[in-house]
Every structure is written in structure tokens, then in C-alpha cells.
Design a binder for this molecule. Structure first.
Ligand code: VGL
Ligand code: ZN
Length: 199
């Protein structure tokens, strides 16, 4: 069994001082670096939005960050502008060791559709290509770490389980945004999908 480590969105904008900072988001970076030693297949994801992305509150008239908005594909939380392609905020945290990564997947680059999951955009059907990559590398199990537990890690884990991977979230190597109970709902959704939550 080949197990891949998928490291979700360890980027400056999700760390303290960033545009969509997750409390203590940077505290998991060195633990993730150590964890990479245990895997032969490692993929990193990078949230990678064009300026004016439809998931930004600034793109929807009269809306503020963290309000919701009805998109053609369903309800979307609106975020502060973050992870804009090529900016410092979109770069990986400077202490993340990116050298062992085999693959870097960028997501959220379609101006009209957000992409929390590393596998599918939020329309739940446009693939990122990660499944094809892991499949052709013989991967059957996935361990997920990174930011944020309740959004991108959660959606990636649920999709991984749906795609048939034996899926674990290593919770000590994640941090959550925790918006109005979103961490509890995410944990329930992951468990319901058959994801193992490990501390
Ligand atoms: C994320 C909100 C917006 C995440 C990305 O990485 O969890 N959350 N874009
Ligand atoms: Zn984003």
C-alpha cells in the first residue's frame, strides 16, 4: 500500500499576519516538515486565486467577509482577498520545507468557482488532476495535514474518501478557522464520509 502525504495550503495568508490568518497556523509548520520524512509520495496544495476572484467579498457588491453568497454551484462563504497569484500571501510559509514535495497542485484559479478541495472545485465536478497523479503513482491511502481543518482539509479529505482512498486527517498537524461551529460540522462530515481523524 502506497500512502501519500497531502499538505494543504500552508501559505502566508493562512498564517498569523496573513489576509485570512488561522490562529496558530504557523505552529504546525515544523511538525509537517518532520512528518514528510515518513512518506515517499508527497503533494502540496496552494490556494491560488486571480485578483477579483468570485469568492472574495470585495467582488460581490455590498457583501462583507464571512457572509455567504449564492453561487450557481451552491452557497459560498465570502472571504477577504487572499492567496492572490504571485503575491507574498500566496507563497508557502517560508519555513515549510518544500524540497521533498513531488507535486504542487494549485487550486482556486478559476475566477468563477472556488476550490476548497485538492481534488475537485466547489462545483464538485471540475477535477484538479490530483486524483490522476496519485492513481498513476499507485497511491491507495492518503494522510492529510495543513490549513484549514474545517475548509480545505475537510473538503479534500471527504473527496479523498469518496474517491476510494483510505483517508486519515492527522489533526495535530492541522489548524481550524472555526467559523460558527464549522470545525464540529467538518469533523462530523469527515467521519460520516469514512475519514479517520487521528491526533
Ligand atoms: C481556505 C478559505 C478560502 C483553506 C482557502 O485553505 O482552508 N479557506 N480559501
Ligand atoms: Zn481561497
Amino acid at each position: 500500500m502506497q500512502t501519500a502525504l497531502v499538505v494543504i495550503d500552508v501559505q502566508n495568508d493562512f498564517c498569523p499576519g496573513g489576509a485570512l490568518a488561522v490562529v496558530d497556523g504557523d505552529s504546525i509548520v515544523s511538525l509537517i516538515n518532520d512528518k514528510m520524512n515518513d512518506y515517499e509520495v508527497i503533494a502540496l496544495t496552494q490556494d491560488w486565486h486571480p485578483g477579483g476572484h468570485s469568492s472574495f467579498a470585495s467582488s460581490q457588491e455590498g457583501k462583507s467577509p464571512l457572509e455567504t453568497f449564492e453561487m450557481p454551484y451552491g452557497t459560498q462563504v465570502l472571504w477577504p482577498d487572499h492567496c492572490i497569484q504571485g503575491t507574498k500571501g500566496a507563497a508557502f510559509h517560508p519555513d515549510l520545507n518544500t524540497d521533498p514535495a513531488n507535486l504542487i497542485v494549485r487550486k482556486g484559479y478559476n475566477p468563477e468557482i472556488d476550490s476548497y478541495s485538492a481534488f475537485f472545485e466547489n462545483d464538485q465536478k471540475t477535477p484538479t488532476g490530483l486524483h490522476g497523479y496519485l492513481n498513476t503513482r499507485g497511491v491507495t491511502a492518503i494522510d492529510l495535514v495543513g490549513l484549514a481543518t474545517d475548509f480545505c482539509v475537510n473538503f479534500s479529505a471527504v473527496d479523498a474518501a469518496k474517491l476510494g482512498y483510505k483517508t486519515r486527517v492527522l489533526e495535530n498537524l492541522t489548524k481550524a478557522i472555526d467559523l460558527g461551529g464549522s470545525l464540529d460540522s467538518a469533523r462530523s462530515a469527515m467521519i460520516a464520509a469514512g475519514v479517520t481523524l487521528e491526533s
